[in-house]
Design a binder for this molecule. Sequence first.
Ligand code: PSV
Ligand code: MN
Ligand code: MN
Length: 388
Amino acid sequence: MTTLSPGILAALEKQAIELPSWAFGNSGTRFRVFPTPGTPRDVFEKVADAAEVNRLTGLSPSVALHIPWDLVDDFGALRRHAEDLGVRLGTINSNTFQDEDYKFGALTHHDERIRRKAIEHHLACIDVMDATGSRDLKIWLAEGSNYPGQNDMRDRQDRLNDSLRQIYAHLGDDQRLVLEYKFFEPSFYHTDVPDWGTSYVQVASLGDKAVVCLDTGHHAPGTNIEFIVMQLLRLGKLGSFDFNSRFYADDDLIVGAADPFQLFRILVEVVRGGGLNNPDVAFMLDQCHNIEAKIPGQIRSVLNVQEMTARALLLDRDALAAAQRENDVLTANAVFMDAFSTDVRPALAEWRQSRGLPADPMGAYAASDYQTRIAADRVGGTQAGWGA
Ligand code: PSV
Ligand code: MN
Ligand code: MN
């Protein structure tokens, strides 16, 4: 059995992966949303499910919220509820994609009334952050156009910058603005923040408290995502990851399910660039469980990230550097592949047990009565938000 050194175990012990509240709601495609028994009826129950994932894995001490999906009257009460369950409230995600007014844009809109409304929504999100104790305001924009000539793309960049500046000006000293990019969808011709370069240019103009969010599902097929990770870490602007995996578009499948090797390559660059267990680089999931059970889906996801992190930490960097210096292409590649090919699961199971966690969190969840209880207690759980 492969053993993991005390240094590797110490790094793994600090790992924290934030769970999205929406992963616990029902979700689906535009064809059908299949309900799952036990789906949370409100955000309090979503937080309880996230806490269950953390209880079994020790890996997910915080939950991201989405406003207004997770809007409550008393965020102080939600915060106490989370803390009672051993987790905390994390990133606040804004939403400017489900309001009729935003059909042709929000932070980029040429109609000043609509643009103001979108800015005000973000200021309201900052108020929520003050109440929840959250650090990050994550902005993903559904803005763009479908047909060449439909919009003046340049004017929209200028308005976007002005809107972001106004939002940025309201951040507290310890708060951050995290701007996510996505190359297409729901717009199909142009998207106002399509790529890391645009996100970088926008946040760089704001200041140190503005950073980029890299969602692994938001790139064209074949994109070398680890290169982007390297570059953003090098620039000190990688603020967070939204982890998930995809086969075709923004599939939001379980991270590491579609292409474990890509996840490994990303984590190698994270380790290389000092991004692991670095408070400036938040690890989050952004996933939907359309057909599989949600809580075990999240457990599997955080375990996949942990497993690939362990393999990335096993990379023999001295041997790799020596081979690289010698231009020994095949040895360098073999060293890289050795780490990827190492089965760390038995070592991780043993280590989990030594820390009082279940060796097999998936098995422990299946053996527990949590799922039976929530299926009986929660009747009429809600959708993840997309159709709400
Ligand atoms: C839409 O693409 C999206 O999946 C973005 O990745 C956001 O992070 C997420 O929704 C929640 O708003
Ligand atoms: Mn995302
Ligand atoms: Mn997405």
